[in-house]
Design a protein around this ligand. Structure first.
Ligand SMILES: Cc1cc2nc3c(=O)[nH]c(=O)nc-3n(C[C@H](O)[C@H](O)[C@H](O)COP(=O)(O)OP(=O)(O)OC[C@H]3O[C@@H](n4cnc5c(N)ncnc54)[C@H](O)[C@@H]3O)c2cc1C
Length: 287
């Protein structure tokens, strides 16, 4: 199929973007890497009258470490995140996760901010931002605001982005000493969206885990924090028995709807398998 006709513009400043968004309202769509938007236009799931191409805003691209925080600009390509030594060093969870996004051609065009704004429930990066306690930076004509990632994702392809707003980027605390993270997903083929995935981050001290965040994706309409399972793991040294207790407790955290990948029960089973693997990996020397 071909998309409905639309106008196209490529502004060179944020102020121009704000003006265009204000003038065209719901009829306008921001175009970043186009890896999600263009397919939805071609399938006529979306029919904007104007595409505002933000690729002229170079200031939205790049990775910068400032003190104890690391900023990833919204227009930073997945491939740049994948190759970044700063991401590998300070956000190993993101470095692991980004390799699972589609294929090289998609990662060369797709952007960090596009993935967060699109908010696919099976996408890797939204779960990472929640697990790592990131703050998302949004801007509109009215100014800038900061939103915790855990509050940004609100439902199926739904976020806290308001009319007239653009996502500028995300800010993460650099991984602190004593903390480890691990990412795993199950997909039919490498590069497919995940059937179920898990982004985990926490403090590891011997056999003890604390400040643990277990964020599952592909199990609901948005990233889901498994607080009951984390509590089981935090209250005792990690053993096979405590891992079994945590996987049992996952039933309190997750209620995955059936989808093309399987029934809710199958997805819960897969989530349990991932939880066991990820906890073992976090505790192992090479995690
Ligand atoms: C075959 C295929 C496989 C894929 N596999 C995966 C996968 O396994 N995992 C995964 O996570 N993704 C996958 N993707 C999607 C890919 O990650 C996209 O890059 C990403 O979802 C959207 O980024 P984009 O830059 O292409 O955004 P676009 O497609 O340009 O935009 C997506 C949406 O976000 C909005 N938007 C974009 N940037 C901003 C911004 N700065 N502020 C506000 N709104 C904005 C747009 O208006 C649009 O609504 C796949 C895509 C394809 C085609």
């Amino acid at each position: 199929m071909k998309p409905s006709p639309f106008a196209y513009t490529k502004p060179s400043s944020l102020d121009q973007v704000f003006e265009l968004l204000a003038a065209h309202g719901e009829g306008a769509k921001l175009l970043a890497g186009g890896q999600s938007l263009i397919p939805t236009l071609n399938l006529r799931l979306s029919s904007p009258s104007l595409l505002i191409d933000i690729n002229g805003l170079g200031q939205l691209s790049g990775i910068a470490v400032k003190g104890e925080t690391i900023h990833i600009g919204a227009l930073t390509r997945h491939s740049a995140v994948e190759r970044s030594p700063e991401i590998a060093r300070h956000l190993p969870l993101v470095a692991q996760a980004v390799r699972h996004i589609g294929h090289a051609a998609i990662r060369n065009r797709g952007t960090f901010g596009g993935s967060l704004a699109f908010a696919d429930p099976a996408a890797e990066l939204p779960a990472c931002t929640v697990a790592l306690g990131a703050t998302l930076i949004l801007a509109s004509r009215a100014g800038r605001r900061r939103v915790a990632a855990r509050n940004f994702f609100q439902g199926l392809y739904a976020t806290d982005l308001q009319a007239g707003e653009i996502l500028l980027g995300a800010e993460f605390p650099v991984q602190a000493s004593g903390y480890r993270s691990h990412f795993a997903e199950l997909a039919r083929r490498h590069g497919d969206y995940a059937m179920v995935g898990l982004a985990a981050h926490g403090r590891v001290s011997g056999e003890k885990l604390s400040d643990l965040r277990l964020v599952f994706f592909g199990v609901g309409t948005k990233p889901v924090m498994a607080v009951s399972a984390a509590r089981v793991l935090e209250t005792q040294a990690v053993t096979n028995a405590s891992i079994a207790g945590a996987t049992a407790a996952l039933a309190d955290d997750l209620d995955p709807p059936a989808d093309l990948n399987g029934s809710g029960a199958t997805k819960l089973h897969l989530a349990r398998v991932l939880l066991g693997r990820v906890v073992q990996a976090m505790l192992s020397e090479n995690a």
